[in-house]
Design a protein around this ligand. Structure first.
Ligand code: MOS
Length: 731
């Protein structure tokens, strides 16, 4: 097979769906026109734990337009079968309206369905729910934990005892909420036993399997449609209870039902990045070579599900050391279940490890980059596997030179600009290169245009565009002659659109399908006596601009259109597939980055302003540089939020989230986002997947918060071991 010229891949193209988005023609979950739709509004619990003792619906039902109020008192029993192909953690998911128990503040206890949104909202406010309230437990620092997940290598106690330098610190990271711009929303419609759902989801297949399991029906009875997603950051990786509520309501009233969660309801109606307490002890020799590290980790989960994430891997493989011991304890609380959020696990682990490395560098008087270089491993010490690619050293070198790292005075609190103390900090980042089985379907029509389909999502990274780029080059077509479609469970199945695995998995399946289709066309031509390519070896044919020709002899060839019409073929079709190699991995595969930050701190007011952030990434091949920047700068903005602003606050007296709105839950806005820059090391990791990518969207967030925290220390000489770093903690 002759390699195809790469024209679209690697080009800084704008989004193919950009016009649809800016003109409002891209339809998000709540915007689909479904005939006869009525509106549902959830009534959520005002207690944090206990029982519902009664529900008075008389005033609500008396309102004009109200069709029904559904609660555990009148809801149908649902199957709630186990769903193994989902992101449901171990335990048992919340069963909506199946009993009188309240497990957390904000749990759905009833839903009002009415012909207008206003009627449903007003009637929901009139539903009187009576409770038997108990004291909820929502404080991570006070509650007791599940048995730990553990890891150990070497003899950490002995190594710590004999270490020349020993440090012990406890770090805390606040709960963060995803807060996508588009609220979670579902429109559900039953046609007999057939359920169709328009949903905000990062995984139409996951929502399909979950609804089939909840309602006890076959997969064929559920179709999930989600062509556009207005941001996710992980919140759309499972089907939350409101999706079931919408489908129950639609079945009960016999009409299509639209349910949109309010901004407030997103804080307990969907997941969150759990709060952490993370104690670390480390030992090193005088030159800063690590000898041992102990990690004691506590994180929030709910009482009914045990949410765990990849918090341990970074501590096992980021740096070389013979002795590591880890214990990861989840703490069941009266809260809803957490879920993955930007750089899940790795972002929190890197905040702790990279802060600790900065503390060690300061203790030893060694440059933070030099300290990291001295601890760079030759292979993955958690598995003994070689790295597919690991270019963290180059990330440091390029970053240091582009950022001007060596101009810094290493002494903390040594630099100022007027009233502002100036500091710089850096941190390494790492994220697992995940891939999973994916399929795609390709059709080339006789008019020379192609349609490619896969059931994946596009929550913002630009999947429509990047897949079109891969397909265009593999088919030898221009971008405008290729249409990529996604977001429908009738399309070929794909893994969750998360964990930075979409490009590797779906992109590889798209390329496979397009390669197969191109080969079919080439075969048709070289075996066709009427084709100018008759008799040419297939390996000598390339396709460019929709025209097949002999490699190096562009004059000898013909277009797809001519070839197909002469052969009376209305179209050619091919199925593409990707699956990671079976059996144990032969390589350790991760994306890496180094983040550099400069901050200014007003020491009297405790204000922190980020002045600039630079990230340098080893993420394999970059399919779409312009979209990569959109990911990387977005990851930095999220990292600024985690470092300085984002903090979901719970009132432990009743388990209520007190800042469940975008006025009190602070995210970085334009004024918080200064000079951001991303650099990608030119790479191509063929061990990871056939298109050579290692995933980008998560690693760009990992490392931002510790770089900022380290810069705050450098500016002020004060080490804040708690995120977010706020004026209160700095003063
Ligand atoms: Mo990403 S947290 O897996 O959407």
């Amino acid at each position: 097979m002759s390699p195809q010229p790469q024209a679209a891949v690697g080009a800084p193209l704008s989004r193919v769906d950009g016009r649809l988005k800016v003109t409002g023609r891209a339809k998000y979950a709540a915007e689909h026109d479904v005939d006869g739709v009525v509106h549902a509004v959830v009534v959520d619990s005002s207690i944090g734990r206990g029982r519902v003792t009664g529900i008075d619906t008389r005033a609500a039902l008396a309102q004009a337009g109200v069709l029904k109020v559904i609660s555990h008192l009148n809801a149908p029993k649902l199957a709630y079968r186990e769903n193994r192909s989902s992101n449901n953690p171990s335990g048992e998911r919340l069963h909506v309206f199946q009993d009188d128990k309240v497990l957390f503040h904000g749990q759905p206890v009833a839903v009002v369905v009415a012909t207008t949104l206003e009627a449903a909202q007003h009637a929901a406010s009139l539903v009187q729910v009576h409770y038997d309230a108990e004291q909820p437990s929502t404080d991570l620092t006070k509650a007791s934990a599940h048995d730990p997940v553990t890891y150990a290598r070497g003899d950490t106690d002995k190594a710590l005892q004999s270490a020349a330098v020993r440090l012990e610190m406890t770090y805390r990271a606040a709960r963060n909420h995803h807060n996508p711009m588009e609220p979670h929303a579902t429109i559900a419609r039953w046609d007999g036993g057939q359920l169709t759902v328009w949903d905000k989801t990062q995984w139409v297949v996951g929502t399909q399997t979950e609804l089939a399991a909840v309602f006890g029906v076959g997969l064929d009875s559920v179709r999930v449609i989600s062509p556009f997603v207005g941001g996710g950051f992980g919140s759309g990786l499972r089907a939350w209870p409101h999706v079931t509520v919408a489908a129950v309501a639609a079945r009960e009233v016999g009409r299509p039902v639209k349910l949109v969660l309010s901004r407030r309801q997103l804080y307990f109606g969907t997941g969150f990045r759990p709060a952490y307490e993370y104690q670390v002890r480390l030992g090193s020799d005088r030159r800063g070579r690590l000898t041992a590290m102990v990690h004691d980790i506590r994180a929030e989960t709910s009482t009914y599900e045990d949410f765990q994430e990849s918090i341990l891997a970074a501590g096992q493989m980021l740096y070389s050391m013979p002795n590591v011991r880890q214990a990861y304890r989840t703490v069941p609380l009266d809260v809803n279940t957490p879920l993955y959020m930007r750089g899940p696990g790795y972002a929190t682990a890197s905040y702790v490890i990279e802060s600790a490395m900065d503390e060690l560098a300061h203790e030893l008087g060694v440059d933070p980059i030099e300290l990291r270089r001295r601890n760079e491993p030759a292979d993955d010490e958690s598995t003994g596997l070689p790295f597919s690619t690991r270019r963290l050293r180059e990330c440091y070198t390029t970053g240091a030179s582009e950022f001007g790292w060596h101009r810094r005075n290493p002494k903390p609190r040594s630099t100022s600009d007027g009233d502002w103390l100036i500091g710089t900090g850096m941190a390494a980042g790492v994220y697992d290169t995940l891939r999973n089985a994916a399929q795609a379907h390709v059709r080339l029509d006789a008019d020379g245009t192609a349609v490619v389909e896969a059931a994946t999502s596009d929550m913002g990274p630009g999947t429509y565009t990047s897949m079109t780029q891969v397909a265009a080059d593999a088919l030898g077509l221009s971008m405008r002659n290729v249409t990529f479609r996604l977001g429908d469970s009738l399309m070929p199945p794909t893994p969750p659109h998360g964990g930075s695995m979409t490009m590797a998995s779906v992109g590889s399946a798209v390329q496979d399908g397009c390669d197969k289709l191109r080969q079919q066309a080439i075969k048709l031509a070289v075996e066709d006596e009427e084709s100018p390519l008759y008799g040419v070896a297939p390996a000598d044919v390339v396709v460019r601009g929709g025209r097949l020709h002999v490699k190096g002899t562009p004059a000898r060839g013909e277009t797809y259109q001519r070839l197909l019409s002469r052969n009376d073929r209305p179209h050619l079709e091919a199925a593409g597939a990707f699956a990671p190699p079976s059996g144990p991995e032969r390589f350790s595969m991760y994306a890496y980055g180094a983040t550099f930050a400069e901050v200014a701190v007003d020491a009297r007011l405790g204000l922190v302003r980020v002045r600039r952030v630079l990230g340098v990434y080893d993420a394999g091949r970059i399919i779409s540089p312009k979209l990569a920047d959109s990911q990387a700068l977005g990851g930095m903005v999220g990292g600024i939020g985690t470092a300085l602003l984002e903090h979901t606050v719970t009132d432990h007296r009743d388990g209520r989230i007190v800042n469940a709105n975008l006025a009190d839950y602070l995210v970085a806005v334009n004024a918080d986002v200064p000079d951001l820059r991303a650099i990608y090391l030119d790479g191509d990791d063929r061990e990871a997947d056939p298109i050579g990518v290692k995933g980008l969207g998560e690693v760009v967030h990992v490392g931002v918060a510790p770089a900022i925290a380290n810069a705050v220390f450098h500016a002020t000489g004060r080490r804040i071991r708690e995120l977010p770093i706020t004026a209160e903690t700095l003063l």
